[in-house]
Ligand binder design. Structure first.
Ligand SMILES: *Cc1c(COP(=O)(O)O)cnc(C)c1O
Length: 410
């Protein structure tokens, strides 16, 4: 079916909770995707970092197919032969004592919130029903009602109340604000080591170390949402590794399923995750053997194929070169990021980044604006020098074009 027919059908029968670029993708391989007319694009979004391993990675697909032909779901009413190995392998890789598997990112965040509340009542001695959680302005942690309770984006919140009590919000990157916000009832501080959705906001150097120190001193759980920044995206296994900081609770999702199958989860010590007893929490599909097999292979591929190191090398090259080539471009306000999570912020007067994303799509590079003025570039982690050079050339040229020359895909 052709592109416009498919778009019409989707717009007629599908809810309009997204505003996609009108590219209709049919096939993907590594860093490349192909639309229904066979046109090739370089994917510089990677499904918001869910595709760190690239599209349809051969080994992960093989693991999926092999497992799908054997066993897909047991529910946790019974055990399966994949979940134990995923738990062990991810704990060893990440340096934690226990893993609690879920499916989507938002579910993993909810799991972390429940963990912290229960921990506060049982371990910290907070009076029942009074646990508080601290979060940051401009955070993104998912879309459930509890999670949007502490969103500061009106679009995500308006009209969805009433909300969940027990959350306070402080400025991001401000360790002093964290210390001042802590009370005897504070259970946890939930934070992204780099705020992806907010526009690739990198906190000041030393922030995560200070957070670690403050949380330790006040017996508050430091919970890092590394759903977007984790698993190699920033050139280290976790973004917290850049400051050699170990959060008490590590929240993962997205690339844990290799962009193939939703797998998420929470890592913590035995003391913390040990608060869960049978029946207290769960999800029918969590820890299913199909997802566990996919996650195991997704982790192996990241490590064995050197993707994390490649993200560091290519990311450094990408940011360095863009800064140089866009130096003097009057539209560009800031270029920032770590590894292959890169944000190019335009001045407000430019009137939004969307039109540049459209022109880039016409040229065969897929990326997406976040929060109007920032373009996020986050290609799969195995991108090579040649594709990186081509991408940078397109970006530099497009950001230099007269507005009237910019084309749109639709
Ligand atoms: C994507 C994302 C989530 C939510 O994950 P879903 O799978 O979409 O529910 C949470 N936190 C961060 C930092 C994310 O990037």
């Amino acid at each position: 079916m052709d592109r416009t027919t498919l778009i019409d059908i989707e717009d007629r029968y599908g809810a309009h909770n997204y505003l996609p670029l009108d590219v209709v993708i049919e096939r993907g391989e590594g860093v490349w995707v192909y639309d229904v007319a066979g046109k090739r694009y370089l994917d510089c979004l990677s499904a918001y970092s869910a595709l760190n391993q690239g599209h349809c990675h051969r080994r992960v697909i093989q693991a999926l197919v092999d497992q799908a032909q054997k066993l897909t779901l047991t529910s946790r009413a019974f055990r399966n032969d994949q979940l134990p190995l995923l738990c062990k392998e991810i704990c060893k890789l990440a340096g934690y004592g226990m893993f609690l598997p879920m499916n989507t990112g938002a579910e993993a965040v909810e799991t972390a919130l429940k963990t912290a509340r229960r921990w506060a009542y049982e371990e910290k001695g907070v009076p029942d029903g009074q646990a508080e959680m601290i979060t940051c302005q401009n955070n993104f942690h998912g879309r459930t009602i509890t999670i949007i309770t502490f969103s500061t984006e009106p679009l995500y919140r308006d009209g969805f109340g009433p909300f969940t009590p027990g959350f306070v919000t402080i400025p991001y990157g401000d360790a002093g604000a964290l210390e001042r916000a802590i009370t005897p009832h504070t259970a946890a501080f939930l934070v992204e080591p780099i705020q992806g959705e907010a526009g690739v906001i990198v906190p000041p150097d030393g922030y995560l170390k200070q957070v670690r120190d403050i949380c330790t001193r006040h017996n508050v759980l430091f919970m890092a949402d590394e759903i977007q920044t984790g698993l190699g995206r920033t050139g280290k296994l976790f973004a917290c590794d850049h400051e050699n900081v170990r959060p008490d609770v590590m929240i993962l999702g997205k690339a844990l399923g290799g962009g193939i199958y939703p797998v998420s989860g929470v890592l913590a010590s035995k003391e913390i995750l040990g608060i869960f007893e049978p029946g207290m929490h769960g999800s029918t599909f969590s820890g299913n053997p199909l997802g566990a097999a996919v996650a195991r292979e997704s982790l192996r591929v990241l490590v064995e194929e050197g993707m994390i190191e490649n993200a560091a090398v290519m990311g450094g090259y990408f940011i360095g070169h863009l800064r140089e080539a866009l130096d003097g471009n009057e539209r560009v306000r800031d270029i920032r990021g770590k590894g292959l999570l890169v944000g190019v912020e335009l001045h407000v007067e430019v009137g939004g980044a969307r039109k540049f994303c459209e022109e880039l799509a016409v040229r065969g590079l897929l990326c997406k604006e976040t929060h109007k003025d920032v373009v996020r570039f986050a290609p799969p982690l195995m991108i090579d020098g040649e594709a990186t050079d081509w991408a940078m050339q397109q970006i530099v040229e497009v950001l230099d074009m007269p507005l009237s020359d910019l084309r749109t895909v639709s």
